[in-house]
Design a protein around this ligand. Sequence first.
Ligand code: NAP
Length: 247
Amino acid sequence: MRTMIVTGASRGIGAATAYLAADHDFAVVVNYHQNKSAAEKVVSDILAKGGSAVAVQADISKEADVIRLFEEADRTFGNLQALVNNAGILERQMRLEQMDLARLNRVFTANIVGQFLCAREAVKRMSVKNGGTGGTIVNVSSIAARTGAPGEYIDYAASKGALDALTIGLAKEVAEEGIRVNAVRPGFIYTDIHVSGGEPGRVDRIKESIPLKRGGLASEVAEAIIWLSTEKSSFSTGVFIDVTGGR
Ligand code: NAP
């Protein structure tokens, strides 16, 4: 069986991806940061349907945690074929003048340094150059990389812009080693992330400006992630799928 690591899979888009991955016969490593019970619920739901999954706590912004996450995946399932770099954070909406260094470090470490570390561990295992059998990496970016999120969180948007550059560069770097690297850029999706920004109702406030006139579901983003993680997208690398309702 092939294995997929989904970072930040206890809730939201990551949890929806873990469920869909199990439906596509991946053994799923359900990574989480703090919410153990939510991660264990995702795992027990997958096991109840006859799938394979394990919950692994790791803060992806810490190198030792990332290394332990991948080692636990090796020990539990082996045959890592897919990484979904999904975990990400945003902080309270504010303008640049109010942002302090501690916040900038938290956002950039959790939203781009962690993704570099996870991608590095994945490439070490997947690259045919290193004796692997290839695989896929899907980065969960954001529409904010295009819009910049002015007045809300330009730090978050900038971290997603960096993630897009990682996607383009790494896709070319490992293309001849059996690894495809792509990204999904969600728009306004109903998840808990907007609570961290201080505006739980953000999607409903914005939805009239979305051409499809509604917010998106985590499951709709998961469909794009799984397409990019499987052979169905075999000729695509370094590309972006916007899941934004047309915005
Ligand atoms: P969410 O509901 O807030 O869930 C975040 C997940 O990431 C949780 O599983 C959380 O674990 C985990 N996490 C946070 N920090 C972590 C860390 N340092 N190490 C490991 N795991 C960590 O978020 P979401 O809305 O599903 O977002 C998922 C991804 O989509 C993010 O990259 C986000 O930027 C992107 N995105 C979301 C939207 C949207 O509208 N929702 C739009 C564009 C892009 P715990 O449960 O343990 O805290």
